[in-house]
Design a protein around this ligand. Structure first.
Ligand code: ADP
Length: 540
């Protein structure tokens, strides 16, 4: 036997992210897998067959580096045919990928690199250069191939096969629910999840799925996964198109998109400045939003501008990619305040547990959501303690030994077993000993006619902390009277839940992933004079 024969390509299991591509190629090789700008202003279609050959090309290069199953590859890129191909090439070889957006600040990137110690850091062609650690392998990739700039030291290959339980990816959360953690997902978890969601009818092969989140947010991986699983077409919306409503809507229209994925804040600029533009989206069939609550006044307007379009509320956390997809009632009934997050996708179940650890069965009662699912994450990267805090014994019956996910989210049980999201248990704050759900304060403010979105926070005042809120008004000419708003809150809420101040802000500040950045809002509302000075949000 020659020495080289000892190194065989890893054999992936059928529960592998790459399997989704394999099945799509077998079914519809000529169908466009990705539609993207070609650099000249026009769009190009990359067929499933072409995507497959790019994956093979990349995999051959990676395979030549002598890496072992489990070695991490950081992929710094926006969503594109090339980056999708690289994620799939990593998967077929059992190399967990760690997606990072090119917008990630240097400091944050260094933290990720230190944590995952990647075997290779691959950057998309055309990115601005940045300060990288002087050691470690680097590569760049694009439609023309994967080029290794600094090769890795060859590791000893201990593993041959890629198992369903092996890691597909590690995603670092943005930390809107706490400090960023590396969420480790197995191939089995994501493939099981994606197949269930497509079987539930979220998308089909005729869809053109627009993805708008940065690659490091698993919402982007979700879009890629849904498109591959359904054999649909992925349409990554270029970041520069997201900055202006006209350019964003123009792109969606030209690409004849049928489904758009994005956080609620994606829609805020167009709803505020030019809602009529939405009527141009004639091919659109569904909008899937997720990541946080969609303020009901904004959702109402979206529904009015997109008659007949399915609006789907995706609920869940990175730790299970998502848990449920629930159609928004059409039309939204008057007085509707809280969106239903329905029931879990097929194959999973959400259970409510009250403060005493009892399962909630009474409609109207509330508790924390526990998720039982075959698609749960494996654990937090290198953090067994944090893992043990959320992967816990099943509160219904711990005897079977399968852990469930303790989500930290609170919900109320509806009469038909559906759930209504109430807020994070950690957004439950104490004001002078009283328990306050920030979500409830926000919901009350959002019912004011001039207000389209609101966020409440606790702000330090001397040795005390006071409740304050930032509100986004319905256009530049909306009439807002703070005294009247406070009087409205005093009528609707117990005294301890009435904010000390309600300040109009031009925009709610956003995290890198496009969710409301409460920390930032807290700082700006805490500033002397309280003149909110919030950075213009970007969705990239
Ligand atoms: P991070 O925001 O820290 O990056 P995640 O994206 O995993 O982490 O955030 C998950 C959390 O986002 C959930 O636990 C829940 O609190 C909130 N969330 C997600 N989807 C929805 C939704 N549709 N409605 C309300 N809250 C949501």
């Amino acid at each position: 036997m020659k020495e080289n024969d000892a190194v065989q390509p890893a054999r992936p299991s059928v529960d592998n992210f790459h399997q989704l591509l394999k099945e799509a190629v077998a079914r519809t090789p000529a169908r466009p897998a990705v539609i993207e700008p070609d650099g000249t202003g026009a769009v190009r279609e990359v067929s499933y067959r072409r995507l497959d050959s790019l994956v093979k090309e990349y995999a051959a290069v990676l395979d030549g580096l002598g890496l072992d199953v489990g070695d991490r590859v950081v992929v710094e890129a926006d969503t594109s045919a090339a980056s999708v191909a690289l994620l799939l090439a990593c998967s077929v070889l059992g190399l967990p990928f760690v997606p990072v957006s090119p917008q990630t600040p240097d400091g944050r990137l260094q933290q990720v690199l230190r944590a995952v110690e990647p075997a290779v850091h691959a950057r998309a062609d055309g990115l601005l250069s940045r300060q990288l650690p002087p050691t470690g392998a680097t590569a760049r990739f694009g439609p023309d191939g994967l080029v290794v700039e600094r090769p890795p030291t060859r590791s000893v290959r201990r593993r041959q096969a890629v198992l369903a339980t092996d890691t597909a990816y590690i995603v670092f959360t943005s930390g809107s629910t706490g400090r960023p953690k590396g969420v480790v997902m197995s191939h089995r978890a994501i493939v099981t999840f994606l197949r269930a969601v497509v079987a539930d009818g979220l998308a089909d092969g005729d869809d053109r799925v627009a993805s708008t989140s940065p690659l490091q947010f698993d919402f982007a991986l979700f879009g890629i996964g849904i498109a591959l699983t359904a054999g649909a077409t992925l349409v990554p919306v270029p970041r520069e198109r997201l900055g202006s409503p006209r350019r964003m809507i123009g792109f969606l229209r030209e690409a004849e998109v049928t489904q758009v994925h994005g956080v609620p804040s994606l829609w805020r600029p167009v709803l505020r400045h030019d809602p009529e533009l939405l009527r141009e989206l004639r091919t659109l069939r569904s909008v899937v939003f997720a990541g946080e609550q969609f303020p009901v006044p904004e959702l109402r307007l979206l529904q009015e501008m997109l008659p007949g379009t399915r609006l789907v509320n995706g609920y869940g956390a990175t730790e299970s990619m998502a848990a449920s997809f629930t159609d928004v009632p059409d039309p939204l009934p008057a007085g509707y305040e809280r969106l239903s997050i329905g029931r879990a996708h097929t194959g999973a179940e959400m259970t409510l547990v009250d403060g005493a650890g009892r399962v909630v069965t009474e409609p109207g009662a509330s508790g924390e959501i526990y998720l039982r699912s075959p698609a749960l994450f494996s654990g937090y990267w290198n953090d067994p303690e944090a893992t043990a805090a959320v992967l816990v014994p099943d509160p219904v019956d711990p005897r079977h030994g399968q852990p469930v996910l303790r989500t930290g989210d609170l919900a109320r049980l509806g009469v038909r077993g559906e759930l209504y999201f109430l807020g994070r248990s950690d957004h439950q704050v104490q004001v002078h000993g009283h328990r306050v759900e920030l979500g409830e304060v926000e919901g009350t403010l959002a019912r004011l006619p001039a207000v389209t979105a609101a966020a409440a926070v606790l702000v330090p005042r001397g040795r005390d902390e006071v409740l304050m809120a930032g509100v986004v008004l319905d256009g530049p000419h909306a009439q807002f009277d703070e005294t009247a708003a406070l009087a409205w809150c005093a009528r609707e809420l117990p005294a301890y839940m009435v904010p000390r101040r309600v300040c109009p802000v031009p925009e709610l500040p956003l995290t890198e992933n496009g969710k409301v950045d409460r920390e930032m809002l807290r700082h700006s509302l805490a500033a002397p004079r309280n003149t909110p000075d919030v950075r213009r949000p970007t969705n990239a």
